[in-house]
Design a protein around this ligand. Structure first.
Ligand code: SF4
Length: 332
């Protein structure tokens, strides 16, 4: 008899697990990581592929069907294709995706595709070399574009572009990125800047709102019409151009929170289970994974974590406290 689904106190069914495979990254986006003196988890604390696979296998028995691989930058994890192959082989996994900054795609898009990966999100905020450098503190735009072109040739689908929108910085990128998506069959999703930066410099004034971006696109490219939710639990609200050429998405955590439909839990690279991107508390799974616990004990832990999940982030309330972990050590 199938196990009872993972339902929290608000009636939300959880079927989506995001696994961070490393907190390391090869770029330094200012809205995520400090430029220098980054605190990384000691390597011995990082879960092995076997531990990640075991956790995923147990989670699948509880109704998880979607897996997303994140980081830091997941392509920095050596032999990542081996983990992809393991996860793709778990019966019950209906959807396996990965989010990357794309810098290592020229070398690794092939082996990952061979291992069974088909869906990929590539983080790219600008097509302008100077602004890329300013945002990421690295001069790698060409490699990212080369990686995107290779993913298209290999047949990854869908390929989505995740673009963090920051006020008074990325406005000039909105139309060029959207055009780039239309011309190359890529779905661009604009992400509102969230208070997850390691240096705690986020403020509301820096958030370029989804409605503002929509306005710019409707004037600069073509009118947009909202697509009725394919999956209301997916974080992005999607639009199509009135001329039928392409789609655009918005992940508007600040101006249009979507917590009431949340179906996600996260496993950090050092084995902590988080019921929310912004959670203050988390559950350490490592002692069980490394301490001889049986699958039942780990199931109980997952159920307890989901059972204790809060209603949603409190970015828009005076009670908001940034999570103790910055974005790079949680994963998108
Ligand atoms: S902020 Fe937390 S509860 Fe809200 S959608 Fe994101 S992960 Fe889910």
């Amino acid at each position: 008899m199938p196990a009872a689904p993972l339902i929290d106190a608000y009636g939300r069914i959880h079927d989506n697990l995001r696994i961070s495979v490393t907190d390391r990254c090869n770029i330094r986006c200012f809205y995520c990581m400090p430029e220098t003196e980054v605190q990384f988890v000691p390597r011995a604390e990082i879960l092995s592929f076997e531990e990640m696979e075991r956790f995923a296998r147990i989670a699948v028995t509880l109704g998880i069907t979607k897996l997303r691989i994140t980081g830091g930058e997941p392509l920095l994890r050596k032999d990542l294709h081996l983990l992809i192959r393991k996860l793709a082989a778990i019966p019950g996994v209906a959807d396996l995706a990965l989010t990357t900054n794309g810098v290592l795609l020229p070398q690794l898009a092939g082996p990952l595709y061979e291992a069974g990966l088909r869906r990929i999100n590539i983080h790219l905020d600008t097509l302008d070399r100077e602004r890329f450098l300013r945002i990421t503190r690295r001069d790698d735009l060409d490699r990212v574009l080369e990686g995107i072109a290779l993913c298209r040739r290999l047949g990854y689908h869908p390929i989505k572009i995740n673009a963090v929108a920051v006020k008074n910085l990325t406005e000039p990128d909105i139309v060029p990125l959207a055009r780039f998506g239309r011309e190359n069959g890529l779905e661009v999703r604009f992400i509102e800047f969230m208070p997850l930066d390691a240096e705690r410099r986020w403020d509301r004034g820096q958030v370029l709102l989804a409605d503002e971006i929509l306005e710019v696109l409707s004037r600069g490219i073509a009118p947009l019409e909202e697509i009725p939710d394919r999956d209301p639990r997916a974080p992005a609200t999607e639009y199509r151009y009135a001329d039928g050429l392409g789609r655009i998405g918005f992940i508007a955590s600040v101006s249009r929170p979507f917590c009431l439909n949340c179906n996600r839990i996260r496993l950090t690279a050092d084995g902590h289970l988080r019921y929310c991107l912004f959670a203050i508390e988390e559950t350490d799974v490592k002692p069980l994974l490394r301490g001889g616990a049986d699958d039942g004990q780990i199931e109980e832990l997952i159920r307890a974590a989901v059972g204790g999940k809060w209603e949603g982030h409190e970015i828009n309330s005076a009670r908001f406290i940034p999570p103790p972990r910055p974005m790079y050590s949680i994963g998108g």
